[in-house]
Design a protein around this ligand. Structure first.
Ligand SMILES: [Zn+2]
Length: 430
């Protein structure tokens, strides 16, 4: 196929990973560690199940795993959404978002109520880059479209009504080079109930999603490329989630949470005890999550690394044999089994590409470590390097080169392992 011996080779050639072997090195390393971690989780769940009189003879079954895990989670962390949410009003989280954006990249957001928009829920901001005392250069128009409504696509995403470009026709107005970037969410809108106003309140995960999408937003707004086809998020697939996942880290900073996670009625900052519970609950079931994801990525690579597909190729049998060979842990199934794995078969975009999420996690954990190492997570020099090599270059420079320019070396997997709590689990012995 175009000179490549397998589809996986063909796909990886135009990605940061470059070869299937590089992808497999990452996946196999994580896989072995996650198995050890998931095994411990299984034992914990089985112990709990026995204590409440459930029959787990022969090991916990996949259809019972989430049920038991939810019971353990509730008991262990006692996290009630109704207690957490009042600390994360959309207004306060947006304030935090703009404050982080300002401290990192000097961007200033001013609401524009005079612009005609496509829906009354959408809020428009003009975004200027602060320079000294002046008003600063117009950098972008940012649209925040946060609420669910009929006929709106589900989920959260960033899109652009105009991408940044410097390649304008001779007589064009220079405003046309300014990107128009939108962040979209599907939050339930607050409002008046029982005669009492209640603001839009977010779960911790929703609040983090706001930061994630703003990472993509920065990729669009800070773009500095000549041609729009190479600007903004038009980067290789295993690099595109780095800008977004990187932004999520600032939302985990106690400094930010203490300042902006405030009760919408009392204005009190979130109690330390509640914050500690939220942080502790995050790593709960990390082994399970990593296994159900990584098994999919491994099957994807195995499937697309075959050089021949006989006419009677049996996908179910292939799945069974591969999972057996990999030693799929008891009680866990793939997040997407091949028959409904639309990532792989609806288009070719994610075929031999389901690994990209984990790949980006290696990158974002490593990049954030650079901020940590500087002793200041808002360190101006590191932020300027992040702007230059991660947020503004688009696809004008190869991503592995951009990473090296930022970090001075190739990506190091250890920061991601540490973040996932997999550093010591099942480490290869030498
Ligand atoms: Zn994303």
């Amino acid at each position: 196929m175009h000179g490549y011996s397998t589809f996986a080779e063909y796909q990886c050639a135009d990605r940061m990973a470059k070869t299937p072997e590089n992808v497999m090195d990452l996946l196999e390393n994580v896989w072995e560690r996650a198995k050890v971690c998931a095994d411990k989780e299984r034992m914990e769940l089985e112990e709990y199940a026995k204590n409440i009189g459930e029959d787990v003879e022969g090991g916990i079954k996949p259809w019972d795993w989430r049920y038991i895990a939810e019971k353990v989670r509730t008991e262990k962390y006692d996290l009630d959404e109704a207690i957490v949410k009042p600390y994360f009003s959309l207004d306060k989280v947006t304030e935090a978002l703009f404050a982080v954006s300002n401290r990192l990249f000097g961007l200033k957001y001013t609401k524009r109520t005079d612009l005609k928009l496509y829906h009354p829920d959408v809020v428009a901001y003009e975004v200027r880059k602060e320079v000294g005392e002046g008003e600063g250069d117009l950098q972008a128009i940012f649209l925040h479209d946060n609420f669910a409504r009929p006929f709106k696509s589900s989920g959260a995403w960033m899109s652009e009504y105009r991408s940044q470009t410097k390649n304008l026709p001779t007589n064009a107005d220079s405003i046309e080079s300014i990107p128009i970037v939108s962040n979209n969410n599907n939050f339930a809108k607050g409002g008046d109930s029982d005669g009492k106003y209640s603001p839009t309140l977010l779960s911790f995960d929703d609040a983090k999603t706001l930061f994630h999408e703003m990472g993509h937003g920065h990729h669009g707004m800070l773009s500095d490329a000549t041609y729009s086809r190479l600007s903004s998020t038009s980067v290789l697939m295993d690099f595109v989630e780095l800008p977004s996942q990187l932004m999520e880290h600032w939302f985990d900073e106690p400094e930010i949470l203490k300042e902006y996670a405030r009760h919408y009625e009392t204005g009190e900052p979130i109690p330390d005890e509640l914050l500690a519970k939220i942080q502790a609950a995050k790593s709960f079931q990390e082994g399970f999550r990593t296994i159900e994801y990584t098994s999919c990525a491994l099957i994807d690579m195995a499937l697309h690394s075959l050089s021949e597909y006989p006419d009677d190729f049996d996908l179910t049998k292939f799945e069974e044999e591969e999972l057996g060979r990999l030693g799929m842990p008891v009680g866990i199934v793939m997040r997407h089994r091949p028959a409904h794995f639309s990532h792989l078969f609806s288009t070719s975009a994610y075929a031999a590409g389901y690994y990209v999420y984990l790949w980006a996690e290696v990158l974002d954990a490593d990049v954030y470590a650079a901020f940590r190492e500087s002793g200041n997570v808002f360190d101006p020099d590191t932020a300027e390097k992040a702007r230059k090599f991660i947020y503004s270059a688009g696809n004008t420079v190869a991503p592995d080169e951009l990473f090296r320019q930022f970090r001075g070396r190739d990506p190091d997997i250890s920061f991601m392992l540490e973040k996932k709590g997999l550093s010591s689990a099942g480490a290869p012995v030498s």
